[in-house]
Design a protein around this ligand. Structure first.
Ligand code: FAD
Ligand code: UDP
Length: 379
């Protein structure tokens, strides 16, 4: 009873993009999702006329023109530019690390002064690595000290990172902090990409566009009816947890999760910015998101009398929670490789997306990966 060419498990950006491309080529697809809604982590809920990013702030950014044109063909994107503020014990700093940050931190005015200050701060870390005969930074702390020196590490990185990951910076991989640009110019744009923005009207419009005309079922967990789902399709695209697919036979992969504490505030403008990071270890949440600033700019902020904020509390993941961030440390990477070897042997199942590839993926690369997978299939 192979009713479908593809059963797509998960309606996040990987599943939805794959389904769209397969349907365009005449394939019959069924998309199932265990949640009550479609869209995975980009799902938005309208509250007080504001699109609330239910699974944390999602800012689309890419330099891939094909991906940018693709998403804009479903919904136009606005001109939102992410420029988060860091709040350290009431002191406000611009992110990412740029001349505005350095000026506030050290009173420097010219790039040369900032470069000298950072060089001076870095020298201790460089000496230490030399003494220990190490070529490359071994952990996030070493990487951060080499990038920006001790003052910024202590005030803007250490507390935030240890809250977010629940681990010491000395136990985290260096690549996590390399995501953040360091700039010697006055530029608060968090991303280096050519294109960035938020879909006008929210991410649900993008997902609705991708899945238009495709059969979907929500509240449908693949594992609750596995043999039935497997029997109704030729091939499977799986975007859930890869270890769960293999019944955790080698052990469980670890994740970080986030608890969102949402509040409606009876004032039009709470913090004046979409994202404020709290970098002090003693503030229990990592950041506060004020959702209206993703889509309402300037005077428009005052068009709705209320505002909606979410405080983000990062915690260890356990069964029953949403697995948000893969923890790409050695133990987990090794475990993932074992599952990946099993996945490589499958000829009927394709694994894709953040959970199935156990990868700290942003949205645009997820879409790109789904496109590449589809291109490889039709070649
Ligand atoms: P998901 O969106 O997780 O979708 C997987 C889907 O599979 C889910 O809907 C899930 O319910 C479903 N599923 C899982 N198991 C089963 C099962 N057994 N049966 C049925 N369905 C199942 N990226 C950016 O580019 N910019 C950002 O600003 C950004 N911010 C982020 C903030 C947070 C807090 C998080 C967690 C992520 C952020 N991302 C951001 C990353 C972005 O969310 C992902 O890259 C993208 O959503 C991944 O899409 P996906 O399809 O791989 O996974
Ligand atoms: N980071 C930090 N201070 C900040 C913001 C980020 O130290 O104010 C670090 C933190 O370790 C985080 C990493 O930089 O995990 C990458 O940040 P990004 O905002 O890219 O992470 P995301 O929340 O999007 O996963």
């Amino acid at each position: 009873m192979n009713n479908y060419d593809y059963l797509i498990v998960g309606s996040g950006l990987f599943g939805a993009t794959f389904a769209f491309l397969a349907k365009q080529s005449g394939k019959k697809c069924l998309v199932i999702d265990k949640r009550f809604h479609l869209g995975g982590n980009v799902f938005c809920e309208k509250i007080q006329d504001i699109n609330v990013h239910k699974y944390g702030a999602h800012i689309f950014h890419t330099s891939n023109k094909e991906v940018w044109d693709f998403v804009n063909s479903f919904v136009p994107f606005n001109r939102y530019t992410n420029a988060p503020i860091a709040n350290y014990k009431g002191e406000l700093y611009n992110l990412p690390f740029n001349m505005n940050t350095f000026s506030r931190m050290w009173g420097v005015v010219m790039p040369k002064e900032a470069e000298e200050k950072i060089a001076q701060q870095k020298s201790e870390a460089i000496e230490r690595l030399k003494r220990e005969g190490v070529q490359e930074p071994r952990n996030l702390e070493e990487q951060a000290l080499l990038l920006v020196g001790n003052d910024i590490y202590e005030k803007l990185i250490k507390g935030y990172t240890e809250k977010q990951w629940g681990r010491k910076c000395t136990e985290l991989p260096p690549f996590i902090i390399k995501r953040l640009p360091v700039r010697m110019v006055f530029d608060n744009n968090y991303f280096n990409d050519c294109y960035q923005g938020i879909p006008i009207g929210g991410y649900n419009k993008l997902i609705d566009g991708l899945l238009e005309g495709i059969e979907v079922k929500t509240n449908a967990d693949f594992f609750e009816n596995r043999s039935y789902w497997e029997s109704c399709t030729e091939k499977i695209v799986f975007t859930g947890k890869i270890d769960e697919f293999y019944d955790y036979k080698y052990g469980k992969l670890e994740y970080r999760t986030v608890r969102f504490e949402q509040e409606i505030i009876d004032q039009p403008n709470f913090q004046g910015n979409a994202v404020v990071n709290y970098t002090d270890r003693n503030v229990p949440y990592t950041r506060i998101i004020e959702h209206k600033h993703f889509e309402m700019f300037g005077e428009d902020v005052y068009k709705t009398p209320c505002t909606v904020i979410s405080k983000e509390y990062s915690t260890e993941w356990s069964d029953g929670m949403e697995p948000y961030y893969p923890i790409n440390d050695d133990r987990n990477n090794r475990l993932y490789q074992q599952y990946k070897e099993l996945a490589n042997r499958e000829d009927r199942v394709l694994f894709g997306g953040r959970l199935a590839e156990y990868k700290y993926y942003d949205m645009a690369p997820v879409i790109e990966q789904a496109m590449n997978n589809w291109k490889a299939i039709i070649q």
